[in-house]
Design a protein around this ligand. Sequence first.
Ligand code: AMP
Ligand code: ZN
Length: 304
Amino acid sequence: MLLLELRADCNKGLISVKQLGTNPTSVDNVVVGKGNQVTLKPGQRLHMVNQLYPYTVSFSEDTSSPTSAREGSKSNKRPLQRDEGEKESPARKVAVSSHREREADDPPLAEKAKPASAEVEPSFSAGHWNQGLKVSMQDPKLQVYKDEKVVVIKDKYPKARHHWLVLPWESIPSLKALRLKHCDLLKHMQHVGGSMVQQCPDGQKLRFRLGYHAIPSMSHVHLHVISQDFDSPCLKNKKHWNSFTTDYFIESEDVIAMLERDGKVAVKDGTSELLKLPLRCHVCHKEQATIPKLKDHLKTHLTS
Ligand code: AMP
Ligand code: ZN
């Protein structure tokens, strides 16, 4: 018999709890009642069955199944090739873990909590590698700015000296999902991205661009705010380079203009082919034979 239904909202960091059965469930000692639904915040105490089973719920990263999500099927292949660091990192998963708060002589969690957790297993998983931003954006240690609409994190594999991602709290999977109603949000994202540049010590010295990858690899709309030095060991291959220096990178202003004009964002046919273009310096447009040669060449454009 199902006691409870738990649904996690990863973006808001909340769990919705619905009592399905008659066994009394309470959140911080307030009874939910059969058929009712309440919100459980991290740290609040969930009791099931007459105060017998206390749980707290936390959002955590589960690194126990390395690469499984990516190795599982061909469809997991991402369009933008991941670099070494990204490939070797374990598959990340948001786990809604129920921590039993019992005395020290309690049997191990796995043994004793199993029947209950099997009954309340949440229908939520963000284990696929392309869900990584949803995990990172929730991590206070990674957040460099946040307000009621957006959060800014550092790109985990920065392709330049300064590389941030601005993400809305609202769950918007990709550019394709954007509609006219999102214009104000995108303008705010751009404004916040601009403030990041203004507050950056190199903000005056370096040029920055704010934009979106036409075909993103990671889920959840994210605005790249990236300095144009491209001075980073994480920039390793042609796809990385071309994704930021060809029309694969769409200026934030252009995305907003397109939305205002057409009510949606259209990506041109053949956009993915742009990633295969020859390596060309984004400053002087001279073609470069290899990534190491390009990197050497880029140094000639650096002011310091
Ligand atoms: P794209 O989806 O192609 O627009 O780019 C996704 C960006 O997210 C890349 O610049 C990655 O380096 C970056 N990235 C990938 N995983 C994470 C993560 N877990 N946290 C922060 N940034 C990430
Ligand atoms: Zn050049």
